[in-house]
Design a protein around this ligand. Structure first.
Ligand code: N01
Length: 581
């Protein structure tokens, strides 16, 4: 694995690697077959959707609703995307479930009951299954199938898709809904293949679960996945060593059973709340916007505010304490130091506490983690924190792991080392046009899109919550619905005007990319070595990828573009040699 990719369960994996317990989901259900030759006849659809997570599911439902023949290809064995793959212990959403759920159907949002404030991975899959059954989604989804190439045949005005199972399919339009955090990456540590124990990646966790009872376990990484899983693994393992390269800020989630009165109130005003969410920066209603700078109040008042937010739990509310926490370093430092002091008060060993205190980035500029008993876990006798910044990991060894300072023996290693975020899923597909343009070349110095939804030079290909959209900096489901609705309306307009091609204009794209960068540069976000910047993948261009101007500004812009006759897009009727829309 020289490039550090986790072997996909649906690619051929050598039997000796399989025997070592590489986390391969659905081993029995997903035959590890070589693709058949490209002799299969091409299937034709009106639109092809790549990915069956929350985005692909809603795209299927919504696009069916405007009368299109839709086909979804999904690599996993079922719907769910992130929630299908990320089955590590403690996996749970960090946005409250009453918000992190579809709003497109009033009946659906009324009938579903979320038992806890934040949904567990299992609960989210149950919800996904309910949605799939209720809207009869699975009949148009082909599972265990990874799209490998997408070619825009300009003369035919069709996207021609091939898959790892040898399928060939085409449609005038395609929707890339492969997700932002769906390509797990294991760093290219020397010696991984020699390790005699088992190893796992949090983002490709075995469906049967893993029993760590009595085992000596290492976990590498301290991002959200690690912060959630560490307390659970520590409770099982004989001993857990946590290898932390960079300390991360985490706030208490304060998860709890759903309060029935709160749920009732929420449901009574659901549609108004969903609407109001579009008028907020993160796409989540119910948090009054801050009105003053953190530097405009006394230390006592500020600490009282932070203390109240700490007790309440959740990240949005905390970052919403003051207007300038993400734009002014001095203001941010007050919040950062508040959390560092909390860490110092929770973790009994002052040396361990100091290593856990993040000092290299302002709070909130990396994805803020939410936890249950994360810092408390370091008070356990069976947990050891290793500072992998001071003593970096040299290699994985036959027995375990070696740092620059010591050797360790483990029965299992957990890689909580993250994803090739935001561009990884698309980079795994050979996207090109019949004129010879490739997305790989176009994005060689970082992704460029118009509104995070289309790429100039690649007509009729839509992205859902792509780079330069608010996606990952928002309530993902709300952003997904906004994108899919925009696309569905756009296709309806094209059809009504007997047009069949839409393409982003290069100048509009450039202006949008500049705008996204200017907004980011006015914040503290670019100061962190985050996956938002591509900083976690060696060699990846360092470009701040999300749009951080807020959901409200972004939605307004998307609506204005439509009101001005699809400003920045070129809509045409392409004469085709076959199958025009
Ligand atoms: O991944 P990450 P994640 N040697 O990239 C470390 C979403 N999510 O899977 O910071 C040693 O955040 C790396 O260290 P450093 C959420 O958006 C949501 O945890 O690069 N360590 C870091 O500590 C989240 O942000 C939920 O120095 C190495 C860790 O691995 C995103 O997914 C739950 C290393 C990777 O952290 C990704 O989270 C889980 C190396 N060579 C995830 N390489 C919820 O909804 C990397 N690391 C709650």
């Amino acid at each position: 694995m020289p490039d550090g990719k986790v072997p996909s369960p649906y690619n051929r994996v050598s039997p000796d690697l399989l025997a070592k317990g590489i986390p391969v989901n659905d081993r029995t259900a997903a035959p590890l077959l070589a693709p058949t030759e490209n002799s299969t006849p091409e299937q034709q659809f009106d639109i092809i959707v790549v990915g069956g997570g929350f985005a692909g599911m809603y795209a299927l439902h919504r696009l069916r609703g405007i009368g299109l023949r839709v086909k979804v290809y999904e690599a996993g064995g079922d719907l769910g995307g992130t929630w299908y793959w990320n089955r590590y212990p403690g996996a749970r959403c960090d946005v409250e479930s009453l918000e992190y759920s579809y709003g497109f159907s009033e009946d659906l949002q009324q009938e579903w009951h979320w038992p806890e404030r934040y949904g567990t991975q299992g609960e989210l899959l149950r919800y996904i299954d309910h949605v799939a059954r209720r809207f009869d989604l699975r009949r148009d989804v082909q599972f265990h199938t990874r799209v490998t190439s997408a070619l825009f045949d300009s003369a035919a005005n069709r996207w021609r898709i091939t898959t790892d199972k040898g399928d060939r399919a085409s449609a005038p339009y395609c929707v890339m809904a492969g997700g932002n955090l769906s390509t797990p990456r294991v760093p290219a540590f020397k010696g991984l293949e020699s390790f005699k124990g088992k190893w796992y990646h949090t983002g490709q966790w075995p469906h049967a679960g893993v029993d760590f009872t009595g085992l000596r376990v290492a976990i590498i990484g301290t991002g959200s996945s690690a912060v959630q899983s560490i307390p659970h693994i520590a409770a099982q393992a004989k001993h857990l060593h946590v290898f932390q390269r960079t300390a991360n800020f985490s706030l208490p989630a304060r998860n709890a059973p759903q309060d029935p009165a709160r749920e009732q109130r929420h449901k009574a005003e659901y549609s108004a709340r969903r609407k109001a969410a579009f008028d907020t920066p993160f796409g989540i209603a119910g948090h009054p916007p801050p009105t003053q700078s953190a530097l405009a109040v006394s230390d006592e008042e500020r600490n009282r505010t932070y203390e109240a937010k700490w007790k309440e739990g959740g990240s949005i509310s905390f970052l919403y304490s003051y207007t300038d926490l993400l734009t002014n370093a001095a203001a941010n430092e007050t919040a950062s130091e508040f959390v560092r002091n909390k860490i110092r008060s929770i973790v009994r060993d002052p040396k361990v506490a100091e290593v856990l205190c993040p000092k290299d980035h302002p709070i909130g500029t990396k994805r803020l983690c939410l936890d249950t008993n994360y810092y408390e876990t370091y008070n356990r006798d069976n947990v050891t924190l290793v500072d992998a910044c001071a003593t970096p990991i040299d290699a994985i060894t036959l027995e375990g792991l070696r740092t620059s300072a010591a050797s360790y023996e483990f029965d299992a290693i957990v890689f909580a080392t993250g994803f090739d975020a935001m561009t990884g899923a698309l980079a795994e597909i050979d996207v090109r046009t019949s004129e010879g343009r490739t997305l790989k070349d176009k994005w060689s110095t970082g992704p460029v899109t118009y509104l995070g939804m289309m790429v100039a030079g690649f007509p009729n290909m839509f992205l859902i919550t792509g780079p330069q959209s608010p996606g990952v900096k928002s309530n993902m489901i709300l952003s997904i619905e906004q994108h899919v609705n925009w696309i569905a309306e756009c296709l309806t307009v094209l059809r009504a005007r007997t047009l069949n091609r839409i393409e982003a204009d290069e100048r509009a794209e450039r202006a949008w990319v500049d705008h996204v960068r200017e907004i980011a540069d006015a914040t503290l976000y670019p100061l962190a070595n985050s996956w938002y910047m591509g900083a976690n993948i060696p060699g990846k261009p360092r470009v701040f990828m999300p749009y951080v101007g807020g959901v409200q500004a972004y939605t307004r812009r998307c609506n204005e573009v439509v009101a001005r006759g699809y400003e920045g897009f070129v809509l045409t009727r392409a004469s085709t040699v076959e199958g025009a829309a």
